[in-house]
Design a binder for this molecule. Structure first.
Ligand code: HEC
Length: 174
């Protein structure tokens, strides 16, 4: 390896490095841009888990004093009734439930879980959209009490809290 060789190769290697870093930075900004939900888009789409989690979009923490026994009961109810179609972070048959507490209030979720087709039939905008988005596949109705449903919802929120991610969600623009 003589000096002339180094004088030639070193600048070339530096140039290559600069170009590689440039391309990397460009592709990162491209990706981040894609992950930003467009507010103008009123199509319901399960989005990929966000690349960067903004603290403002972190999930609602569990209510203070959330009862671990209630979470365990919710876990069991979820496994027995919901897990064949739902997971927290992945779309199975139905949507991923991560971040659910931020999308829908309990006052919507309880009637939905008891009888989703009734909510769809009522013309509720969100219900109709999600029903159409999931190929009009009907979720079964459940003979669960309000308290049992609250336990399931608490369990779903507890999973969010552990994962610390906002999770995929649906953006509805009224
Ligand atoms: C047989 C499959 C199936 C089962 C079992 C099921 N779901 Fe669903 N669920 C769906 C589908 C499909 C959707 C999408 C809406 C539609 O098509 O009606 C959905 C939607 C939902 C939504 C709205 C999600 C969102 O992102 O807004 C919630 C909440 C929900 N289900 C909760 C539950 C709970 C809780 C249970 C158990 C008690 C359950 N589901 C059991 C299929 C199912």
């Amino acid at each position: 390896m003589n000096r002339n060789w180094l004088e030639l190769v070193f600048p070339a290697a530096m140039a290559l490095l600069v170009v590689t870093i440039g391309v990397f930075i460009l592709s990162m900004t491209g990706l981040l841009h894609e992950a930003t939900p467009s507010l103008a888009n009123d199509v319901l789409e399960p989005t990929e888990a966000p690349l960067a989690v903004d603290s403002a979009t972190a999930n609602a923490p569990l209510p203070p004093g959330a009862d671990p026994a209630a979470i365990a009961a919710g876990d069991a109810l979820f496994k027995g009734n919901c897990a064949q179609c739902h997971a927290i972070n992945d779309v199975v048959v139905g949507p991923a439930l991560a971040g659910l507490a931020k999308r829908r209030p309990e006052s919507w979720l309880i009637p939905w879980i008891k009888n989703s087709s009734k909510v769809v039939a009522s013309g509720d905008e969100y219900a109709v959209k999600i029903f159409n988005q999931y190929q009009k596949q009907q979720m079964p109705s459940f003979q669960l009490s309000d308290d049992e449903i609250r336990q399931i919802l608490l369990y779903v929120r507890s999973q969010d809290a552990f994962a610390g991610t906002a999770g995929p969600g649906l953006v509805v623009v009224d």
